[in-house]
Design a protein. Structure first.
Length: 433
């Protein structure tokens, strides 16, 4: 007597899986965060150096630098930036979708150390004396762009400008420096075309206000706004030395995505055909669970806001191969049991029991390898490892437990008791007990 209910449940699960694949695909495509190798963008690796002699590059300094870089990236308007510490003294920055590399470099790596000095290069005020978000783009009476600075203490600024104003000209100048370095001098720097001196206004009397102006020097609306944003983001507590950078054009990234997805699709379809041809009914179950596997893995990947890269797609395809391997091991064990003359139900139970330990061992060793890659790898290698570990987890959910449940529905329906050929076994191969 056939158990038609089992066949009905199997049919419902198969239809639900197909509908999930059809309707979830547009959402997955729209919401997947693409890495710069697929979307185009800019990647740079910095080595962190002390800003001054005696400074220590410890965990606190590295974390503070990452926070400052993230604040600056907000100036660029980049979504989903990836800023992470590597090897204790390196920081890798990946900015997908960035087209202007020079602007990105300037915004990220400029130390933006603001100091107010006299003509003898003595520090009078520094960036710490700025009010929170105390820099803003403004315009003077002639309509020229300037950067207006708001200081925390009007009294302190009044004292500084009072002292400067008492000096004879031309020594009565309040010099505003950006990124002053040891050895720099006012006399030499003021002669340079791209000077780090952004203002050297004469002070003829005390300025009883908390306002200061950066003007001239070729400041326009765009550069003035960028300078204000950098100052508001805060100065970097360290110096960043660029040791590696790369960029991918948006068109190249799009082409790479289309070609990779096409190649992956061909590979997955070839796997489907292979499974159906050699393993018949177990092959059909494998196809259903593989479709479910791919959808689950992409939904989970989006759920943790991970970034998909070319190595990530490669890991996904590799995961499909590993998931198929789990099904092949089980199917081959079932075929061995059927050849020995056992019934379909007995062969199914014995095949599952014999294959489980092999599947666990194979996936466990791969999981260990992926964990090692994640721990010691850099950049895209980590992305590959993350996708591979997710794939292994989803393999157990979809292609071990779900696959076995679907096969159990079919086998226990008793519809295939006399149809051992549907499992890829020829009648001539079966030994009579």
């Amino acid at each position: 007597m056939y158990k038609k209910g089992n066949i009905a449940i199997f049919a419902i699960i198969m239809i639900a899986t197909i509908l999930l694949a059809v309707f979830s695909t547009p959402w997955v495509v729209k919401n997947t965060n693409l890495g710069l190798d697929l979307k185009g963008g800019f990647e740079v690796l910095y080595e962190v150096q002390p800003l001054e002699d005696g400074d220590v590059i410890d965990e606190s300094a590295m974390n503070a630098t990452v926070r400052a870089i993230n604040n600056r990236i907000n100036v660029l308007g980049v979504s989903e930036p990836d800023v992470r510490i590597e090897e204790n003294n390196r920081i890798r920055v990946q900015l997908a979708g960035v087209s202007n590399q020079n602007e990105a470099r300037e915004v990220i790596s400029s130390t933006a150390q603001l100091t107010f000095r006299d003509v003898d290069d003595n520090v009078l005020l520094d960036g710490k004396d700025l009010a929170p978000r105390g820099a803003a783009l403004s315009y003077d009476q002639q309509g020229q762009p300037v950067v207006e600075l708001t200081l925390q203490s009007a009294d302190q600024f009044g004292e500084v400008t009072s002292e400067i104003s008492q000096r004879p000209a031309p020594e009565n100048r309040l010099v505003i420096w950006l990124d002053y370095e040891e050895g720099d001098t006012y006399e030499e720097e003021i002669q340079k075309e791209n000077s780090k001196i952004v203002s050297d206004a004469s002070v003829n009397g005390p300025i009883l206000s908390d306002k200061a102006i950066i003007s001239g020097g070729g400041i326009d609306a765009e550069s003035g706004q960028r300078l204000a944003d950098i100052l508001n983001a805060g100065a970097l507590p360290v110096k960043l030395d660029e040791i590696y950078s790369t960029s991918v054009s948006a068109q190249f990234g799009q082409d790479a995505l289309e070609e990779t997805v096409f190649a992956a699709s061909i590979g997955i379809i070839a796997v489907f055909i292979f499974m159906l041809f050699f393993y018949r009914l177990p092959g059909l179950v494998s196809i259903i669970t593989l479709v479910l596997y791919i959808n689950l893995i992409m939904l989970f990947f989006n759920g943790i806001n991970a970034v998909l890269t070319l190595p990530g797609i490669a890991a996904l395809v590799l995961g499909v191969g590993m998931a198929v391997d789990a099904n092949i091991i089980t199917a081959e064990r079932i075929k061995d049991e059927l050849r020995s003359g056992k019934s379909v139900l007995s062969a199914f139970r014995a095949g599952n029991r014999r294959s489980l330990s092999t599947i666990i061992d194979a996936n466990l060793t791969t999981l260990i390898s992926a964990a090692v890659l994640f721990y010691f790898g850099q950049s895209s290698v980590k992305g590959f490892a993350v996708m591979l570990m997710i794939s292994i987890g989803m393999t157990f959910i979809s292609n071990v437990f779900i696959s076995r449940y679907l096969m159990h529905l079919l086998v226990s329906s008793r519809l295939f008791d006399k149809r051992k050929g549907w499992f890829g076994v020829k009648e001539s191969e079966i030994r009579e007990l």
